[in-house]
Design a protein around this ligand. Structure first.
Ligand code: ADP
Ligand code: UDP
Length: 241
């Protein structure tokens, strides 16, 4: 095994490998693998890691400029960034502007209806349980979460939504929905973590409606990297001019 230039490997997930550096920060190495349907479908896409780490970094920096704190410290190389090491909350926070995915399926409603106001939902982060939808009460009664933290999560997630919607809109892209993860600092502050990428967002071309995100892989809608590159190139152009 090749020694890591970053530090000790502490975790390998579906999309990233985490290393802990000697100074106590984390390095997130973005893999090229794509998974869907709780990892039942899996494929490698050359260039995906590079694309997603770049877009995530750009978006975290943009959110910082809007006063939204995240774990992102700095880009390290073409496949990785450095972050704060947080105590992660076992919750996937999903924000939805437009009906799609699992909610459209559950309600047996046509995808594409505008959700006004946007929804904020909690899913338990547990691959073993298939990330079930949970209420605030369930997270409090069974999974050790506090009502205060859950209200903070909703406020933060909806703030992130307003900023992301605006930047994607300028890039000619509709942000239909996305998933966020949060963690706590040793001071107890809740901070945005993980990644923001076409793996975790539904992003549609504003004019044609073309799906540019991971639904291309989920439902075989076309070349994955063509959609992913379109998203990051357009966002980079808006942010960097
Ligand atoms: P998964 O674990 O779902 O397969 P990944 O492959 O993306 O997903 O793994 C990244 C892991 O790192 C996730 O478990 C995520 O919760 C965790 N994580 C993200 N940001 C941080 C952070 N700042 N501190 C600690 N853990 C983090
Ligand atoms: N999502 C994610 N990781 C998950 C589940 C969902 O990043 O484990 C994202 C997904 O890409 C979409 C949003 O969260 O942008 C809402 O997903 P949904 O609940 O519709 O589930 P899906 O049908 O995509 O599995």
């Amino acid at each position: 095994v090749k020694p890591s230039p970053y530090g000790e490997k502490i975790y390998e997930g579906k999309a990233k490998i985490l290393y802990r550096t000697p100074k106590g920060t984390l390095v997130h190495y973005f893999k090229d693998s794509a998974t869907a349907f709780n990892a039942e479908k899996k494929q490698e896409f050359s260039g995906k890691g590079e694309n997603n780490v770049r877009l995530s970094g750009l978006l975290f920096e943009y959110l910082h400029s809007k006063g939204i704190r995240s774990h992102f410290l700095k880009a390290l190389d073409e496949r990785s960034f450095e972050s704060l090491d947080l105590k992660m909350l076992p919750v996937e926070v999903v924000v939805r502007n437009i009906l799609a995915g699992s909610l459209a399926k559950r309600l047996k409603e046509q995808e594409g209806r505008v959700l006004n106001p946007p929804l904020c939902e909690f899913y338990l982060k547990s691959d073993e349980k298939g990330d079930p939808l949970v209420s605030d009460d369930i997270l409090i009664a069974l999974y050790g979460q506090s009502a205060t933290d859950l209200s903070k999560l909703k406020i933060l997630a909806l703030q992130v939504n307003e900023s992301l919607k605006s930047i994607f809109d300028k890039a000619g892209i509709t942000l239909a929905d996305f998933k966020l993860e949060f963690g706590k600092t040793p001071h107890g502050d809740i901070v945005l973590a993980d990644e923001i990428s076409p793996d975790t967002c539904r992003l549609w071309d504003k004019v044609t409606g073309e799906k540019l995100d991971k639904d291309r892989f989920r439902f075989d809608l076309g070349d994955l990297m063509t959609g992913y590159r379109e998203i990051s190139d357009r966002v980079e152009k808006v942010l960097r001019g």
